[in-house]
Design a protein around this ligand. Structure first.
Ligand code: NDP
Length: 284
């Protein structure tokens, strides 16, 4: 069965739009910083900005040249941290190689960290602290499974990919001792031995690798749920990390690419912006 992330995300976006419409006075505000002219980053920021327009969240995009120094970028972030009109700050990654990403991530006020990449938010997530802002893609996957009536509790969830933005926070999230979580998580990566044996033991298999068609049907247990996080460009087409045509035949549920996890990530960005706004409204 196809898990329609696009539809579920659009329902969430509509719910947020209704909440924003009822806010009297200052509406939530999100500022994007885009450094350089990477076409993929341009397109991600455009999609996120469109979602702001759809929800009536105020948004602005600060475009900086590729030559921007780390010092100047830090000064820009500092200004936004102190701007009472700004509830969320998103610096689109990757950054040019002369800028240290973790220095930038750590400079964002954790209360405005809509991406949830600040070490304080990641630490809170690991500790199960409900005040954590959870990174958008992991949160989107959790919500997508919940809304599709797929419980992760007690299941063996295998995640392939251990990045700081997807694999690691997703593992931390699904293993929480909390309703909607309680998964038994295995996190795999490029050094994992006998990868296929592990993926074949998954009740829920999540691919966040960045390699087109990497997950073949031989790697999937019949009846498993398969979540494809990958976004890869092949001959001008966007494809996932899963060989969809093959795996669809044996999976009980599968997310498509595009139209699966991607729209959920953007919907969760809107949700995180609302969360930051609501925490801050008594301060403004
Ligand atoms: P990274 O490149 O940061 O991480 C990829 C991970 O995959 C690494 O942990 C790497 O292992 C692992 N890996 C690579 N090759 C293999 C292999 N042969 N066997 C097992 N593991 C392997 O990628 P991201 O996490 O940033 O992104 C992953 C994919 O998800 C990309 O396609 C990206 O575009 C997409 N993405 C989609 C989003 C969405 O909203 N749908 C959001 C974010 C990302 P090791 O650590 O050992 O190098």
């Amino acid at each position: 069965m196809l898990v329609n992330g696009k539809l579920i995300a659009s329902q969430i976006v509509n719910e947020i739009k209704e909440i924003v419409a009822k806010i009297v006075g200052r509406k939530p505000g999100l500022t994007f910083i885009l450094v350089g002219d990477d076409p993929a980053s341009e397109s991600y920021v455009r999609s996120k900005d469109r979602a702001c327009a759809a929800t009536q969240i105020r948004s602005s995009v600060i475009r900086l040249p590729n030559s921007t120094s780390e010092k100047d970028l830090l000064a820009q972030i500092d200004q936004l941290n102190n701007d009472k009109q700004v509830d969320g700050i998103l610096v689109q990654l990757p950054l040019p190689s002369h800028i240290n990403e973790s220095t930038i991530t750590q400079a964002i006020d954790p209360e405005k960290d809509v991406d949830g990449f600040h070490p304080i938010n990641l630490g809170k997530l690991l500790q199960g602290d409900d005040s954590a802002i959870i990174p958008c893609t992991p949160l989107g996957i959790k919500v997508l499974l919940e809304k599709s009536q797929i419980s992760v509790s007690g299941k063996h969830v295998v995640i392939v990919g251990r990045s700081n933005i997807v694999g690691k926070p997703l593992a931390a999230l699904l293993m929480q001792k909390k309703a909607g979580c309680n998964a038994t998580v295995t996190l795999c990566h490029s050094q994992t031995h006998h990868l296929s044996d592990i993926t074949r033991s998954a009740d829920i298999l999540i691919a966040a690798i960045g390699q087109p068609y990497f997950i073949r049907k031989e790697m999937v247990k019949p009846g498993a749920v398969v979540v494809d996080v990958g976004i890869n460009r092949v001959n001008g087409k966007i494809v996932g990390d899963v060989d969809f045509e093959e795996v669809e035949k044996i999976a009980s549920h599968i997310t498509p690419v595009p139209g699966g996890v991607g729209p959920m990530t953007i919907a969760m960005l809107m949700q995180n912006t609302m969360t930051c706004f609501l925490k801050r409204t008594d301060l403004v």
